[in-house]
Design a protein. Sequence first.
Length: 111
Amino acid sequence: MRKHTNDRLRGTLDLLVLKILSTRRPMHGYGITLLIEQISEDVLRLEEGSLYPALHRMTQSGWLRSEWGASEHNRRARYYAITAAGRKQLADEEKSWVRLTDAVARVLRFT
C-alpha cells in the first residue's frame, strides 16, 4: 500500500516551520499551516495533531518564543517567532536536509 504524502513530511516539520518563521514576523499556527500549504501548492498538508505539539516542543527547546495576541478575526491566538537558537537550529537542519537529499539523489541515479 502506498504511503500518504504526509508520511514523507515527518521529520521535516521542524525545518519547514523554522524556515517559515525565519522569513516572517510572528505567526499563529493556523497561519503557518496555510503558508506552508500555499507555498507547496497543497502538496504539503499539516495536521493540527502534528503542528501544535511540534510548536510546543520547539518552544520548549528554545528555538521559538510565543506570546498571546489577537488574530486577524480578533480571536485570541498564540503567535510564534524564531529565536537566535532557532536560527542556529535552522542552519543545522538545512545542512542535514541537503546532505540527505543529495544522498537520496545519488542512490536514485545509481545504475
